[in-house]
Design a protein. Structure first.
Length: 368
């Protein structure tokens, strides 16, 4: 069966229906001639289907502080059942909030939290708009209240995130919590689908990622617009010649702290080469295409800027490497085992693994 594929993934076919003679003849006419005939007959030519997510990302790259655009893009991800990105984008919309939109954003967030199984957060948001969207809020609350008693929200990231991502996010989130437990404005640069947002529910959160929001380095936000900027495992993707200027751009946006993580040095690079040799994971190739910075290079750069900083290990390398190799195969072959395995490692070994020799380090850059 011949299928006509549209950019958004929809497919069109006859599904075995018998075509009329006129329809069969129309299929024989080349598309350019069809368009000319429609114009001559006074009809509008058919427009190509639009990839709405891509168009919204393009618009955000031009107008990066539009709550309306983040809201629409977040709903698109929600409708395609990517609740991670949907939630992160809706929280970003709230940072740039517009009064006439905020209630709609909170309603969409409540539905997204419900889709993720974060029922206590969903209930909190449904309660926040129940005076404005009575029927939808009542339906949402009824669907969540029974579930809320069954699900421990604190276990969500521990259960559903792979060890490597969970470990760096937890170490960063714990450092932020030690600095300020709530109420700050956080920007997550290069944060992918925005999973880090679930580690900082008591703070305001915004995502900037070229593949998700259309916004990358250089970041088109105002200087010191955010209290905290997080950049987790991003700079190793940037050519070394541009790395220091990228760190300066990240620091420009933060008023209080920058949290920067990256794999550094010869041992980390050799570990990634071994990981790639075993798994052939294509995500590692961009790391290996660029020279790794060393711990001392980043320290000396920050010292020359005259800023204070703290450094801590992220993940004990002799445990990190075999865990990530196992995760690669579990994720590909057996999802239930992947979840069970990561829940065990994240629960019992996360704190123990914050030691040297480390895969990756966290720099907490102190700006005020």
């Amino acid at each position: 069966m011949m299928l006509k594929l549209f950019p958004d993934g929809r497919a069109d076919d006859t599904q075995g229906r018998k075509l009329t003679r006129g329809a069969r003849l129309r299929r024989l006419i080349p598309a350019p001639i069809k368009r000319v005939l429609k114009i001559l007959l006074g009809r509008s030519p058919e427009k190509e289907p639009i990839d709405l997510k891509q168009e919204l990302r393009r618009q955000i790259s031009v107008n990066p502080e539009s709550a309306e655009l983040y809201y629409r893009l977040g709903k698109e991800y929600f409708n395609s059942r990517n609740f991670y990105a949907g939630t992160a984008l809706l929280r970003t919309a709230l940072i740039f909030g517009e009064k006439n939109l905020d209630r709609k954003i909170i309603l969409a967030l409540a539905k997204s939290f419900r889709g993720l199984g974060l029922y206590d957060l969903a209930v909190r948001h449904f309660n926040g708009i129940k005076d404005y969207f009575k029927e939808e809020a009542a339906e949402g609350l009824n669907s969540c209240l029974d579930q809320e008693k069954k699900v421990k929200v604190d276990d969500w990231a521990t259960t559903y995130l792979g060890y490597g991502k969970y470990q760096r996010f937890k170490v960063i989130a714990d450092s932020i919590k030690n600095f300020a437990p709530a109420g700050l404005k956080i920007l997550d640069i290069g944060g992918g689908y925005g999973e880090f947002s679930f580690f900082v529910p008591q703070h305001d959160y915004a995502l900037a990622d070229p593949l998700i929001t259309g916004v990358g380095i250089p970041i088109p936000f105002k200087e010191k617009y955010f209290d905290i900027v997080v950049c987790a495992d991003v700079i190793e993707h940037i050519p070394k010649a541009r790395r220091e200027s990228s760190i300066l751009e990240i620091m420009r946006l933060a008023r209080k702290r920058v949290y920067l993580t990256a794999p550094l040095g010869k041992m980390n690079r050799e570990a990634e080469m071994l990981f790639f040799k075993i798994t052939k994971n294509p995500w590692i190739t961009e790391h290996l295409d660029h020279e790794f910075s060393t711990l001392d290079e980043i320290k000396n750069f920050l010292k020359n800027l005259g800023v204070q900083y703290k450094v801590s290990p992220l993940s004990f390398l002799p445990a990190h490497l075999p865990t990530e190799i196992l995760n690669h195969y579990f994720a590909r072959e057996n999802k239930p085992v992947f979840v069970e395995f990561n829940h065990f490692i994240n629960t019992y070994y996360s704190d123990l693994n914050i030691q040297e020799p480390s895969y990756g380090h966290l720099f907490e850059i102190i700006l005020s």
